[in-house]
Design a protein around this ligand. Structure first.
Ligand code: THU
Length: 137
């Protein structure tokens, strides 16, 4: 699976964003180690707190279907109705959810378009990670 294809999936996922409050549309495409893709969009709520980010939507869909092994995620976001104007990085909560299921070498692709893609490792965007083993130290 090439980076461009995964970002294209994220751009398509972004079309489904439910964003009546912020108008900020985010799409994610999560790639499993065996090549399946789970899409996610942000889903907002009038009570604000229950809003779910696109990345977590993708992870929770995948994990609830039994997936546990992930290779990469592509993320795109920006004001609705036009292509992303900038790179959209995942929030801290989503980074922590990634850390629960992914190792340091998990690939995080941030797309502005299919042709403008930044590639990071999870450990680059979430250093000094807190994971399950830390509970026993
Ligand atoms: N959002 C995401 O979906 N992912 C992120 O990583 C950053 C923020 C959403 C949440 C909310 O619906 C909107 O973007 C504005 O914060």
């Amino acid at each position: 699976m090439d980076n461009k294809t995964l970002v294209k999936e994220a751009l398509e996922a972004r079309e489904m964003a439910y964003i009546p409050y912020s108008g900020f549309a985010v799409g994610a495409a999560l790639l499993t180690k065996d090549g399946k893709i789970y899409r996610g969009c942000n889903i907002e709520n009038a009570a604000f707190g229950p809003t779910n980010c696109a990345e977590r939507t993708a992870f929770f869909k995948a994990v609830s279907e039994g997936e546990r092994e992930f290779a990469a995620i592509a993320i795109v976001g920006g004001p609705k109705g036009k292509p992303p104007v900038d790179f959209c990085y995942p929030c801290g909560v989503c980074r922590q959810v990634m850390a629960e299921f992914c190792s340091d070498d998990f690939i995080v692709l941030i797309g502005k378009s299919e042709d403008e893609i930044r590639e990071h490792k999870l450990s680059d965007i979430l250093p000094f990670t807190f994971r399950e083993p830390d509970l026993h130290k």
